[in-house]
Structures are given as C-alpha cells and as structure tokens.
Design a protein around this ligand. Structure first.
Ligand code: KIV
Ligand code: ZN
Length: 385
C-alpha cells in the first residue's frame, strides 16, 4: 500500500474562484479545519499577490500546527522572498515556486526561450533552497509541454534541490491516459526522480480533474493537489473529498491510502461553502445534499433491506449520521413506514394505509416531503380519523 499525500490548495487556487475573497480570519478558520481534516500540506496563499494575502498566510503560518504550510511564488527572487517572509515562523514551511514550461506560455506569455526558462528554474529553486529546506517546483502547463523539454525542466529543478515536483494540468486539457503517460515518462527519463515526490495538480475544465489525478496516482504520483468542494479557477480543481473517498472505497484497486480524517470531510465542506459563498450542487459526489439520498421506491426498499444494494460508502464515514432518505412521489410503502416509525409513530394497518394514500397525494403536489410534513399528515389522521 502506497501513501498518497494530500496537498490542499483551497486557500490559494480555491480562493482564485471568481467572486471568492476571504479575509485573514476566515482563511485561518478554514486552515484550522484543514488541519483537523489532517491534510499533509496547506497551500495558504500567494503572498506577493496582495498585502492582505501576505498577512493571511503569515497568520496561518503562526497559528496552524500539524500540516506543512506552503506559500506560492513565481520563479522570481522578490516573490520567493515574500513567500518566505510569510511562512518562516511555521515549524514546517514550504516554498512552492513555479514557471510555465509549454512553448505556448514561454513564447506568448513570458516571451522567453527554453534556455532562459531552464536558467530561471535553476536560479529560483536554488535561491528558495537557500532559505527553506522544503521546496516544491511546478511546471505550469506541464500537460501541454514538450515531454523531452519537460523532463529537462524537472531534472533541473531536482538538481537544484526541489523535494517535490508538481505536474499541473493547468487548463484541464489532459485525459487520464495522457496524464498517466507523462508521469511514466518522467519516472523513466529523469535521474533522481525516485528521491522526490511526484505531485499532480489537475483542473476541471473538461470535468476530468479527479479522473486525471487518480490515473496519475496509478502511474506513480505520490501527492495530489486538490480543493474542498473542487472550487478553483474557472471550472475548479480536483475535489479533495472525491479523490480521498475514491482511494478509500477502492483501496484494493489503487493499492493506496491517505491520512485524511474522513470524519471531518462533511464539516469542512460546509465551512468552505459558507465562508466562500459557493454553494455545493445537490448532486455533487460525496458532499452534495443528494449524495446519500434515495428517492425511488425500489432504491429505498433495497437500502432498507441492505444498504450495500445502492450505497457504496457509508455516510457516517464523512461525518454524517445515517442515510438521508428523501421521501417523494416515487417512494414506496416500506420507506414510508420506516420513516414514520423513526419519527415515533405507531399506526394500525388501517391508519398506515390511510396515511400512505394521503402521503402519495401530498407527494404529487410537493417534490420533497420533509419530516415536519409527515408529522402534520400523521397527526391529522390520528386526531381526525
Ligand atoms: O494550475 C496551475 O498550474 C497552478 C500552478 C501555479 C501550480 O495553479
Ligand atoms: Zn491551478
């Protein structure tokens, strides 16, 4: 079994979601919850980006213990200095520096040659290592980079002292087999790569971020970068809760595990959603309101007989209590009876029959029937006959 490190970037890439802006107190509250979730690394922010972000990263570095605290820096001395200044008071600081490696980014965005890019990687990683023993290098737009050149960049970063090499699918363009191929290629062609963590950082533009992260793990990545609820730039980043629970539920398949305290997943999701103002869609895997809800009669009947018929993971694992049955017009008699018994009612067969007919009439008018609706409905039957 291989341990997969979880690098959480909710407070950096996640905060880059359009419309999201967290103050220092809010970022710190989320960071403390991420520590309870037991992530391996918290990327707390991008200190050069603003005075506010610098202060938030510094506060997190001073107050949050347990995970590594990382700060992002472009491959520039002034960025690296600012990042180091923000995190240096933590017991486990990490400087995360990055440079684009695709020809598109080199030519159009940075307007530098491949040779200049290689010397910037050497200089920035060497400089970051002179300040901090834990340095991560990211090859931005790695998945659209020439593979041979990418291997040269990775090799340069490792020679210069990087301990983690991150391979981002910056624009969410890669497919799972392409990501796996990049990881395998680097493992075969870069000397010294066996001594560092290979990380992946997948964006969700084509809805493939989690699949790409998992395929990379299969190919040998030992760290994944992700965010709570999958928030992040554009369509977001790989969702932490989905990767963690996929590895948990399919551990025999992936032969991997994480150190995440899964009991804290739901609480963390709610906290991030309320502080960022980004709602979680109802059908979102793992943490959506409907993720453990069974509406159709056949499913409800099956789950009541044996949960495993329609549930592949227990909601209690992520910190919820019991499955969240939603009663609606497709619900069957079995689920209905169970719910009213759970609510404390004991009905005669005749009253149960009346109640079920009344419930079906109500369900035709109302999409979801909540416990309070049932209480009213049953009370009417009991008291009015
Ligand atoms: O998506 C990306 O490439 C990034 C890097 C800065 C790691 O966020
Ligand atoms: Zn990113």
């Amino acid at each position: 079994m291989k341990r997969i490190k979880i690098f959480d970037t909710t407070l950096r890439d996640g905060e880059q979601s359009p419309g999201v802006s967290l103050n220092s107190e809010e970022k710190c509250e989320i960071a403390k919850q991420l520590a309870r979730l037991n992530v391996d690394c918290i990327e707390a922010g991008f200190p050069i980006a603003s005075e506010g972000d610098f202060r938030a990263v510094q506060q997190i570095a001073r107050e949050v213990k347990g995970p590594i605290i990382a700060a992002l820096a472009r491959a520039k001395k002034e960025d690296i200095d600012r990042a180091w200044e923000a995190i240096k008071d933590n017991e486990k600081p990490r400087i995360h520096t990055f440079l684009a490696t695709s020809d598109l980014h080199l030519e159009k965005k940075l307007q530098i040659s491949r040779e200049v890019a290689l010397s910037k990687i050497r200089e920035s990683v060497t400089y970051a290592r002179s300040l901090c023993t834990d340095v991560e290098f990211s090859a931005e737009d790695a998945s659209r980079s020439d593979l041979e050149f990418l291997a040269q960049c990775v090799s340069t970063a490792i020679e210069s002292g990087a301990k983690t090499i991150n391979i981002p699918d910056t624009v969410g363009y890669a497919t799972p087999s392409e990501m796996a191929e990049i990881i395998r290629y680097l493992k075969e062609n870069v000397r010294g790569i066996e001594n560092v963590d290979i990380s992946v950082h997948c964006h969700n533009d084509l809805g493939l971020a989690v699949a790409n992260s998992l395929a990379s793990i299969e190919a040998g990545a030992s760290q994944v970068e992700c965010t709570i609820n999958g928030i992040g730039e554009r369509a977001g980043n790989a969702a932490l809760e989905e990767i963690v629970m996929a590895l948990y539920v399919r551990k025999n398949f992936y032969q991997s595990f994480t150190n995440i305290n899964t009991q804290e997943i739901y609480r963390t999701s709610r906290l991030v959603s309320s502080l960022t103002g980004m709602n979680v869609q109802a059908n979102k895997a793992i943490v959506g309101a409907n993720a453990f809800a069974h509406e159709s009669g056949i499913h409800q009947d099956g789950v009541l007989k044996d949960k495993r018929t329609y549930e592949i993971l227990d909601s209690e694992l992520i910190g919820l209590t019991g499955s969240q049955m939603v009663l609606g017009k497709h619900s069957g008699r079995h689920a209905f009876r169970k719910r009213i018994e759970d609510l404390g009612f004991k009905l005669s067969p005749a009253d149960l029959n009346k109640a079920f007919i009344a419930f079906k009439e109500m369900a035709d008018k109302k999409q979801q029937i909540h416990d309070m609706d049932l209480v009213t409905l049953i009370s009417d039957i009991i008291f009015q006959g």
